[in-house]
Design a protein around this ligand. Structure first.
Ligand code: TXA
Ligand code: MG
Length: 338
């Protein structure tokens, strides 16, 4: 593609600048993965600790062997099955990959996104042979962006950001599934972050069910207890008790911003999301951002079902709500919650 906007963005990456771009999961804050200074400026712009590795995004057909080493057949099977798409694989890093990308670990996270604008950028950059290191384009610990406007809201006019490519609203809405294949021989595949591609879908391709992370699993910042969090406290409430809790909060004079999928009484502000895991995930981050701006005392989320298809959504909600336990009780009883 020779779209001038894409060519300019690719040139900015070449010059060591940052470019935000859409992917099918969330927007990324990209830099040339082989330019340590450019990667360092991602960390500076995000306010992210240096030891948190970033994912390398590659064009369709890119060589896994350029970026990684000792590639197991399972990694090639998963790439064939799910790329371009929302799957990140952790593999042993090739010696030419800078430390900055991997946070000093001996592994690298790699993914080929499916959003057409991301693919156009990756194909234009170094003729499709480059890698774009990109975390989600949000300040560290904050909600990931699913629109170009969200990215602009996060970074304002930060001079490090040469461009924000606009590709509309991200389809999937939550970050990619991360599977660790770097210790396959000893630990099997390990699911580091649940997402749209389920553990069952991975197992169907490689005949092995990814395990939940053990303590020796590679660290992932998206696995910190508190992450994906708005500024307003977030709490979850089961459907059965939600209406009663809303009445009590109203009785205590509290302003509630509600994110729900069942019919509920009117409150200060609300977003009604689809009652499917895909529909809920697609709109979740935009809903958290919108409700964060309403001046509510609390963002109350109707807890989704516990079944497997909701694993990614429940994981993000649990982290967004971390540290807010007791908040509902505190707001109802007028005592400080924490
Ligand atoms: O959907 C996504 O994955 C988005 C889009 C932009 O591609 N990216 C994203 O990046 O969510 P980020 O940096 O916000 O989250 C990537 C996660 C982090 O938790 C990071 O610690 C983990 O991937 N990660 C990256 N490289 C890793 C490695 N070598 N070992 C273990 N975890 C790694
Ligand atoms: Mg992130």
């Amino acid at each position: 593609m020779h779209d001038p906007v894409i060519m300019q963005a690719a040139a900015a990456l070449d010059a060591g600048q940052l470019v935000a771009f859409p992917t099918e999961t969330v927007y990324g804050l990209g830099a040339d993965a082989e330019n340590p200074a450019a990667v360092a400026s991602i960390y500076a712009a995000k306010g992210r600790p240096q030891d948190h590795p970033v994912i390398v995004h590659v064009a369709p057909g890119a060589s896994l062997d350029y970026w990684t080493t000792g590639v197991p057949p399972e990694a090639r099977q998963l790439a064939d099955a799910f790329w371009p798409g929302p799957l990140t694989m952790i593999l042993k890093r090739a010696p030419n990959i800078p430390d900055a990308v991997s946070g000093g670990q001996d592994t690298v996270g790699i993914r080929c996104p499916s959003h057409p604008v991301a693919i156009a950028l990756l194909q234009a950059f170094k003729n499709g042979k480059g890698g774009v290191a990109a975390p989600s384009a949000n300040k560290f610990g904050h909600v990931s962006p699913t629109t170009a406007q969200h990215v602009r809201d996060e970074f304002g006019d930060d001079p490090r950001l040469a461009a924000v490519l606009d590709g509309g609203q991200s389809e999937v809405g939550i970050e990619s599934t991360i599977v660790d294949l770097s210790r396959l021989a000893t630990h099997g595949p390990v699911l580091l972050r649940p997402g749209h591609i389920s553990a069952e879908a991975i197992a169907a391709v490689i005949d092995q069910m990814p395990a939940r992370p053990d303590t020796a699993a590679p660290r992932a910042s998206g696995t910190l207890e508190s992450h994906y969090a708005p500024h307003t406290p977030v709490a979850m409430q089961d459907t059965a008790t939600l209406a009663d809790t809303l009445a009590r909060l109203a009785g205590a004079g509290r302003k509630v911003a509600l994110i729900h999928y069942s019919a509920m009484p009117a409150v200060h502000a609300a977003v009604h999301l689809p009652a499917t895991p895909e529909g809920f995930a697609h709109a979740l981050y935009a809903a958290l951002r919108a409700m964060d701006g309403t001046g509510a005392d609390l963002i109350l989320v109707e807890a989704p079902p516990q079944e497997g298809a909701w694993l990614g959504v429940n994981d993000r909600l649990r982290r967004a709500a971390h540290g807010s336990s007791g908040i509902v009780h505190g707001l109802i009883n007028n005592t400080p919650a924490f």
